[in-house]
Design a binder for this molecule. Structure first.
Ligand SMILES: C[S@@+](CC[C@H](N)C(=O)[O-])C[C@H]1O[C@@H](n2cnc3c(N)ncnc32)[C@H](O)[C@@H]1O
Length: 294
């Protein structure tokens, strides 16, 4: 991609960028990022010339985009529900289907809080938090002061990103705790049998799955994607430990791969959980597994 000449307006730069990247929508994301004018404000600067610094930023982003880096990493942040999360190659790019997982978890949390006594603090965990998308949505959207959310990951790099995002949500991040380690082992022993809600989007792709998009395989962290020969390695550990870590009546909400409904339902029942249900995403694929400790 060619260097951008100085003195151009954002209207022209948007056109030129769209021609280079093949999408007006993606070009707009890039131009908004470079101009620092987002949403409606971008419309206000369309006839203003870009500064040299803005052009350098746009060129640098176009260079990264041209070699196939996902737009979300190039921009350095991405929206998840009500949050604008910092994202880079240390973490999975938060997906729209995971927003539905958050919605189910939030509904479960709201039910639990509605029936709990005044002053009760809901204890939740987001295992394999990555950018913090799920756990920080709980912290941000549930009543302040009534939720404690543990964000865990086996990747120290991912936890650094989640910590930065917790700082970014300000006071709502106050009820957030972090722990590094593998699945249940990351949590402090005192939480055993005490958790009201566990939410998790684990890796669930089978090693060598030929359907994984090339850009996902090349750019996103493999530890966030792959889970053994059948894609169920992480889900087995999670289903197996849930009864020990949830309090009676506590909920487990997990994202699963399309095609894993029967296997995961069996794992959850074998793990001693009840009310096992799998819900579909907006495309009708079975993607959200829910179960409760009896
Ligand atoms: C599919 S990503 C989900 C990230 C984030 N929760 C989201 O929904 O965007 C899975 C996450 O699980 C983490 N992970 C992988 N193996 C793990 C393990 N053994 N224990 C804890 N976390 C693990 C990865 O580092 C990654 O951040």
């Amino acid at each position: 991609m060619s260097a951008t000449p100085a003195g151009l307006t954002w209207r022209r730069l948007w056109d030129d960028t769209a021609a280079q990247v093949g999408s007006r929508a993606e070009a707009r994301w890039l131009c908004e990022e470079a101009s620092g004018a987002f949403g409606g404000e971008f419309g206000d600067v369309l006839d203003e010339p870009a500064t040299d610094r803005m052009l350098a930023h746009l060129d640098a982003m176009l260079g990264r985009y041209a070699v196939g880096e996902p737009l979300q990493y190039v921009l350095g942040h991405w929206a998840f529900r009500r949050l604008d999360l910092m994202v880079d190659r240390r973490v999975l790019i938060p997906r729209p289907e995971t927003e539905l997982v958050a919605e189910v978890a939030l509904a479960a949390a709201a039910d639990l809080l509605a029936t709990a006594g005044p002053g009760t603090v809901l204890r939740a965990a987001d295992l394999g938090t990555g950018s913090g998308a799920l756990g920080l949505s709980l912290a941000f959207e549930l009543a302040r002061g009534r939720t404690e959310v543990w964000l865990t990951d086996v990747s120290a790099d991912a936890l650094d990103v989640a910590r930065a995002n917790a700082a970014g949500i300000g006071i709502a991040g106050g009820g957030v705790r972090f722990a590094e380690g593998s699945w249940w082992d990351a949590l402090p022993p005192a939480l055993r049998g005490q958790l009201d809600l566990v939410v998790c989007n684990p890796p669930y792709i089978a090693a060598g799955d030929p359907d994984v998009a090339a850009s996902v395989e090349e750019w996103e962290p493999h530890g966030a994607l792959y889970a053994g020969a059948d894609g169920l390695d992480a889900l087995r550990v999670l289903a197996d430990g849930a009864s020990a870590w949830l309090r009676p009546g506590g909920w487990l909400v997990m994202e699963i791969g399309a095609g894993q409904r029967d296997a995961v339902s069996g794992l959850l029942r074998d793990g001693g959980l009840a009310d096992v249900e799998v819900r579909a995403d907006l495309a009708g694929r079975d993607r959200i597994a829910i179960a409760r400790r009896p």
